[in-house]
Unconditional design. Sequence first.
Length: 268
Amino acid sequence: MWDAFVAWDVMALPALQKFEQQIGRQMRLLELRKNIIERKIERQIRLFEQKRDGIGKKIEAQIRQFEAKRGIRLDDEVRFIRSWIERPLSIGAVTPSGKILARVMAGYVDPNSTGPVVELGPGTGPVTEALVEAGVDPARLVLVEFNPAFCRILQKRYPEATLVQGDAYSMRRLLETLLVQPASAVVSGLPLVTKPIRERWRLIRDAFDLMVPGAPFVQFTYSVASPLPKRLGGFTAEASKRIWMNLPPARVWVYRKTDDGRRRTDDR
């Protein structure tokens, strides 16, 4: 029996070697194909970046022509467009919020409250400006902005405010030890609708935990529907009228935590 096993082993060895060679060839072919695919992807990325840069420069040139004809400066718009082209899903708008939209958002914040007012994603500060014009003390403002270029602008325009450079979706980690008292409002310019529902809910839940009971979470959106699905419950949802004068038209939603967890909405 041992002799038979040895004979079978001797006969099977060439077949095994041939199988290993075939596997080796297949692995080399796969590696070659992978390298080809990677090079194609790299070329596509470079082409996309070139097109993106070209589009950005073209839009910027058109804005400068418009400025020259009208005798105005649109520096904030240029910065927003450039940042949006570079990171379209992380910038909440293509252009800064219009004055009417900013005033509507600021109108939901009580300037006579005492706690800090947190603004998420202020950009170049149009809503921040509206908050100050509405009577909110700049020293009460806590501005959470990810874009370093926007942070430099905000630091220069609102030196009395507390500026936090970081990801607003990590607001609990960023602010829970920074806030000396619960916030009286959170105003958001974040692109909530680009995020999964779970991340949106976690953001507003963290905001509620950092605010006084009943304080507003103010959010704008270009969408007709609420950025936070009403089925989640645990909050009230109040919607402003459609702001047609904004470009593009927008709407403001205001959420407040409820103690009983029941869903209640009030579209006005």
